[in-house]
Design a protein around this ligand. Structure first.
Ligand code: DC
Length: 226
């Protein structure tokens, strides 16, 4: 039997299920799960924390170059997929805050920020036995990945999943508001000048509208074992 691919890249838009599928896949293969989106979120969180103007590209880029962000396997079973630390502080949940969510697309469009973070991601990915998840893994960070998957779903389907997730956690949500935010993030992520969101030429596309998470996972497993 051929061994599974060592470097697996999963890209796709916000709320396409990349993290859920990627984490499950990494666990089942005994690989490292690396969610690159948390690094862009960590820089955004730190900039807000230090009251740096998010629109000051030079200042945000310098901050990124000076900061060591550590992404490590989950140390607690509180629903986290991995740990995120900055200067010894655990900010795993802080990076999910609405203020970060609202600004992260601005920060992730900066060329200098992308270059600094991509280099770190590349170093980790090249060690192998990794499932790396993001927007530009197959196109920019690890173009040599052994398996590239591009996970897509309509904005309506992704918003509905987000909406149901929040309700299931006992929260309150407005579907139309979520849909508007998802569309806005799609627009920014796919029209930015540097590393815009798009499938690599050799990526395998999975469009998951109408599919259950379990079906998507099974399809991905077949690709790995194929
Ligand atoms: O996947 P996420 O929602 O945690 O991503 C947060 C932001 O970071 C989102 O605006 C897209 C951006 N991102 C990126 O530009 N490149 C990546 N490899 C991962 C995330």
């Amino acid at each position: 039997m051929t061994p599974p691919p060592s470097i697996i890249a999963i890209d796709g838009p916000a709320a396409s299920g990349k993290s859920t599928i990627g984490k499950r896949l990494a666990d089942s293969l005994g690989y490292l799960f690396f969610d690159t989106g948390v690094m862009y979120r960590a820089v955004t969180w730190l900039a807000l924390q230090q009251r740096i103007n998010i629109h000051d590209e030079g200042a945000v880029t310098r901050l990124t170059e000076e900061t060591h962000i550590e992404v490590a396997p989950a140390s607690q079973s509180d629903g986290r997929a991995c740990d995120v630390h900055i200067e010894g502080r655990d900010i795993t949940w802080e990076v999910r805050a609405p203020q970060v969510e609202a600004q992260v697309s601005v920060v992730s469009a900066y060329a200098g920020v992308r270059s600094a973070l991509s280099q770190q991601q590349r170093r980790i990915g090249q060690r192998g036995k990794v499932v790396m998840v993001g927007r530009d893994i197959g196109t920019v960070v690890l173009p040599e990945a052994d398996l590239k998957i591009y996970l897509d779903a309509s904005a309506e389907e992704r918003s509905r999943r987000r909406y149901e997730e929040i309700l299931a956690r006992g929260g309150e949500a407005d579907y139309e508001e979520i849909l508007a935010k998802v569309r806005e993030r799609d627009r920014i992520d796919s029209t930015r000048a540097v590393a815009p969101l798009r499938p690599a030429e050799d990526a395998i596309l999975i469009h998951s509208d109408g599919m259950r998470a379990e079906d998507v996972f099974q399809q991905v497993l077949i690709l790995c074992n194929g």
